[in-house]
Design a protein around this ligand. Structure first.
Ligand SMILES: Cc1cc2nc3c(=O)[nH]c(=O)nc-3n(C[C@H](O)[C@H](O)[C@H](O)COP(=O)(O)OP(=O)(O)OC[C@H]3O[C@@H](n4cnc5c(N)ncnc54)[C@H](O)[C@@H]3O)c2cc1C
Ligand SMILES: Cc1cc2nc3c(=O)[nH]c(=O)nc-3n(C[C@H](O)[C@H](O)[C@H](O)COP(=O)(O)O)c2cc1C
Ligand code: SF4
Length: 640
């Protein structure tokens, strides 16, 4: 292990529990639960992999304390009844066998619980707020008991402790928050009263579960609206006084956007919060927030900015992050994109098991483990056509299964559209991930053949047993009058055609690629206009990135939606608005990002006709994103 990361691997005592290192996996919903709140078998292998990966402490995602009105989402663990205790006990045993400790986060979602998930019940809050009704005094006392009962059930299930979720705008956070909590009883008013509920829960859990049962409290350092950092520091101190063993500093009041740093945020953005808290409390302080670079995280510990680093999505993306650091294999870490597409997207838009855009094993650990790839009974020669992310992902698994894999790419480099994605603003991590895929291909013995266009003659020369068409798709040039006056947007994104400061650039097509290109043009001093035929731009893009992108472009570029481009002139573009009124907009350069055309479909037909076993994956099968590309590659690589 390198000297500059050693700080991460110092053991630490939290309350009465010894952690083997400073690396914490913070709570992240998996959706690995049934609608009735019982656990599914998916949780066990998911947790086994995270424990095996070397984290010192896992904080399991929020379980609901008060069923059903406290539910945050439709598929959440129910802890007020013992239904899942036996299974969970087996799971905590597995986690412990790797020397990792595990605590369970307990939560009541408060005003954020959705009546749809809660048998139609109105959500509750300390005071009337945002459609939620104020809780009665009896209800407050009942919820305090609910937390204590759930903590006891967690203890029975073998957890080393619990974390109270008092951040992100959920119920406990709302009690702490003076902007929301307007109660006039002993649970509202001055900070001591607003803290009373959390304090009573801490004391009740300690009494019921004894010592050393770890009690952590997750706090929102700066609530907007609500507590300032100074008030949160005071609350952290009150947690310590009430008997908590650690505080876990997060931020933001409105999840998910406020509380989860996007691709646009910088690494370690919340560190000033733990630094402030550490000046006041003597119990260990954890910090979160896009922490993923090993040396950076080690410095957080070395500098005393926090005692523990919560590494969230990076541990989803690569559970072996701690082991790889310890074993001096930092270059082998699969770098998280901070994109949310797979993980948060799974919850928010698809209500399915958590996934990862660039790690297809996530959520499917019950099907296959990346740690143990089974060899195929009959090794074959497999020709992969195209070195984009889908081709590389397929090649990596197929080679690990013992096949001879030839990856042929017509360009002089690998990457395909992944390279374009990495050349747009705030997406530098995509280039790091591309490097990882390239190097992983080499590590796994894939034969890479660059500058190799594949046609039927070439396939006949190689004589593979199987051909996998991962040839992707390219930006199409639609049949608009004057299209010869425009350039392909992909060439502009790839910087084969440069834009200049002050230039008027019209981007035809406001999908994610077009919008990102416009963003880059503006950042580099150009003037961008985005023309989109649909009523909105960025359709189909990841939720948070899209929101930020739309907002940026609306303020800094010309965005024209529901328009039809009619003619492209050498120095202007003519379009019709929704009322069929014709307009002309100046254009020093017109870049087309309007739709994609699949590559190699003719080759596919020829292959089938010639009797080859041929398959299509990634954009070649369905133009979508990294998630689709890696998943389709994964499924195929394990089934042929
Ligand atoms: C600007 C931009 C930003 C994006 N941002 C994101 C994002 O943030 N998140 C996300 O999930 N997705 C994003 N996408 C989409 C994502 O990049 C694609 O879905 C994904 O990269 C497709 O991968 P693929 O391997 O299927 O195809 P491709 O990347 O297109 O790869 C196909 C490869 O095959 C090669 N090839 C084609 N024909 C032949 C042949 N006959 N012989 C040899 N080689 C051949 C091509 O040269 C190419 O390298 C973005 C796309 C763009 C354009
Ligand atoms: C998919 C997903 C689910 C999450 N679920 C929870 C949760 O149950 N409880 C919680 O306190 N935070 C939750 N979070 C927030 C994370 O704990 C963490 O604060 C956030 O991901 C930022 O850390 P990172 O940048 O290291 O990923 C979730 C985050 C993600 C991405
Ligand atoms: S989906 Fe994106 S943000 Fe989530 S873990 Fe994977 S790479 Fe990271």
């Amino acid at each position: 292990m390198k000297e500059n990361v050693k700080a991460l691997f110092q053991p630490i005592r939290v309350g009465g529990i010894e952690l083997k290192n400073r690396i914490v996996m913070p709570p992240m919903d998996t959706c690995a639960f049934n609608f009735d709140g019982t656990v599914t078998p998916k949780l066990m292998p998911y947790m086994r992999n995270r424990a095996k990966g070397g984290a010192g402490l896992i904080i399991q995602e929020c379980a609901d304390t008060s069923w059903p009105e406290g539910k945050n989402g439709p598929r959440e663990l129910r802890m007020d009844v013992p239904d899942s205790i036996t299974f969970l006990h087996d799971m905590t045993n597995v986690v412990h066998s790797f020397g990792t400790k595990i605590i369970l986060q307990l939560n009541h979602a408060g005003f954020q619980s959705n009546p749809v998930n809660c048998e139609g019940r109105q959500s509750v809050c300390p005071s009337d707020f945002n459609g939620a009704r104020a809780m009665t005094h009896e209800e407050v006392l009942k919820v305090i008991q609910d937390f204590i009962v759930c903590a006891y059930n967690a203890k029975l299930a073998g957890y080393d402790g619990v974390e109270l979720h008092a951040a992100h705008g959920y119920l406990l956070n709302c009690f702490l928050n003076p902007a929301i909590n307007k109660r006039e009883d002993e649970f509202g008013g001055v900070i001591e009263n607003r803290f009373r509920m959390v304090g009573e829960i801490i004391k009740g859990i300690r009494e019921k579960c004894g010592y050393p049962f770890l009690i952590s409290v997750r706090l929102g350092s700066v609530d907007n609206p609500g507590n300032t950092l100074e008030e949160s520091v005071e609350i952290a101190y009150m947690c310590e006084q009430a008997g908590a063993d650690m505080v876990n500093m997060s931020s933001g009041f409105n999840p998910p956007m406020d509380t989860n740093p996007t691709q646009w945020a910088q690494e370690g953005l919340y560190i000033p919060f733990s630094e402030a808290v550490k000046k006041k409390v003597s119990i260990p302080v954890a910090i979160v927030g896009k922490l993923k670079t090993p040396e950076f995280c080690a410095d957080v510990i070395k500098n005393g900015s926090a005692d523990l680093v919560c590494v969230g999505r990076q541990l989803l993306c690569d559970p072996e992050w701690p082991n790889k650091i310890m074993q001096d294999r930092i270059n082998e870490i699969r770098p998280c994109l901070s994109c949310f597409d797979g993980c948060m997207g799974a919850l928010l838009t698809r209500n399915e098991i958590t996934r990862c855009s660039i790690n297809p094993y996530v959520g499917f650990e019950d099907f296959q483990s990346e740690n143990n790839v089974p060899k195929t009974a009959e090794p074959k020669t497999v020709l992969v056509v195209g070195g984009g992310i889908s081709g590389m992902q397929f090649a990596i698994i197929s080679a690990r299964r013992g096949n001879r894999v030839i990856l042929a790419e017509k360009e002089d480099h690998l990457g395909g559209q992944m390279l374009l994605a990495g050349l747009t603003p705030h997406k530098e991590a995509v280039l790091k991930a591309l490097k990882w895929f390239e190097e992983e291909c080499i590590r796994r013995g894939v034969e890479i053949r660059l500058n190799q266009n594949v046609d039927l003659d070439y396939v006949n020369t190689v004589k593979p047993d199987q051909v996998v068409l991962a040839a992707g798709a390219v930006f199409a040039m639609p049949p608009i009058e004057g299209i010869e006056n425009a350039v392909n947007g992909a060439d502009v994104i790839a910087r084969k055609i440069e834009t200049k400061p002050g230039q008027n650039v019209v981007v035809i097509g406001g999908g994610v690629a077009g919008a990102e290109l416009a963003h880059r043009i503006v950042l580099e001093g150009g003037k961008a206009a985005v023309l989109e035929m649909l009523p909105e731009i960025c359709r189909g893009g990841e939720l948070f990135h899209t929101m930020l992108l739309k907002d940026y472009l609306e303020k800094n570029a010309t965005v024209l939606t529901s328009v039809a481009v009619k003619k492209i002139n050498p120095d202007s573009v003519e379009y019709e608005d929704a009322d069929h009124v014709r307009h002309t907009i100046p254009a020093d350069l017109t870049a087309v990002c309007a739709g994609q055309k699949k590559m190699g479909l003719g080759l596919y037909d020829q292959l089938l006709e010639a009797g080859y076993e041929a398959y299509r994956i990634g954009n070649n099968e369905r133009a979508a994103n990294f998630l689709n590309a890696t998943r389709s590659a994964f499924e195929l690589a394990y089934t042929i």
